[in-house]
Write a protein that binds this ligand. Sequence first.
Ligand SMILES: *Cc1c(COP(=O)(O)O)cnc(C)c1O
Length: 430
Amino acid sequence: MLLQTTDPELAKSLNSELKRQQEGLEMIPSENYVSKYVLEALGSILTNKYSEGFPDQRYYGGNQFIDEIEKLAKERAKKLFGVDHANIQPYSGSPANQAAIFALCNPGDTIMGMHLFYGGHLTHGWKVNFSAKYYRSIQYTTGSDGLLDYDQIETLVKKERPKVLFCGATAYPRLYDYPRLAKIIHEVDGYFIADIAHESGLIAAGVIPSPVGYADIITTTTHKTLRGPRGGMILCNGKPSHPLAPLKKGENPREHLPTLIDRAVFPGLQGGPHNHQTAAIAVTLGEALQPSFKIYAEQILKNAKSLADALIDKGFELVTNGTDNHLMLINTTKKGLTGKEAELALDKAGITVNKNTIPFDERSPYDPSGIRLGTPALTTRGMKEKEMEQIAIWISEVFDHSNDEKVLAHIREQVKATTDQFPIYKEIEY
Ligand SMILES: *Cc1c(COP(=O)(O)O)cnc(C)c1O
């Protein structure tokens, strides 16, 4: 059953992308390689079914097996993260954040998050995003050292009294002080949302601290370090009441977060859940509950440390001088290239990274001063510290010879020889 036989035009692109994923060094920190079991669930017949609502409370018939699957995914999420409630229906990370805000705020309420150019996410109040169009958005930055400035956050929170304080970022290489952030926002009676989109796999494995017990609501993607299908989850504590019934007058919203979240996802924002995605998330969470996942997460951190150390050795300047998690930011201008130039040259050498602003960037986001790179995908392939050291050498060579096509092509060949030793999806062909 090959797609090639019925749709060769499309199959050609899929096979090219498969080859690209196999032959390159995938260092975009938000990407990963899912298992073939995740792919199997994702490509299953579950995509055929409508099931608006939640398990045992659906608006469509024939959902007895869908209910089993969604219950299993929810139970695994609760167990993995140690929470009372999990909504696994958000279509992705951005809709999960949208639902979390929608659950807590009225239009015009104040929300506060990290500025996009300092590492924050669009959905935490960036000016062109719904989160700043429908809500009043206040943004915090890092200090000049690239680290979160908790005193600045505290001062802003006291002044602006936001209803919601977000933490979490797409390009922050350090850990968060969850207890401090919780204390800051709870003093003005606001809610603390920890968006762990990037780190959720590391948190699930227990290799970095968890916001559980501090954050009122936790949002995440399922496709970054958690290594699942594209998707989102919202987690919280509290006794789940009837998810489809609104709160009664006088009920304290803080005591009904599970209900508010569920109602925000459906019927607030979404229609039918993507059941094939739900099943693939169940597979992912089952994998993350295995002891081997903790070893994987530990290796992500070891690889990131070893790559960061090797790059610093080669004279690269890293934002905050290193990393505590799976990613790092290089100030490429210190090595004579803009972020865009570095991305392009590395791409020619078979190394995929993305250009990124760095704190207090003086350049534009289209051609910023840095690149962002991470180790989750390479670690899934089985690469270890030894490979990280070699990659740092290649990256350094690319910077020294960024205009020399011959050198870049030669590195690309060496990259391919290495990735051949760490195969992925051997049995797949379209
Ligand atoms: C990736 C990310 C998201 C959004 O996820 P999508 O699935 O791309 O919508 C949200 N928040 C943070 C911090 C992220 O890194």
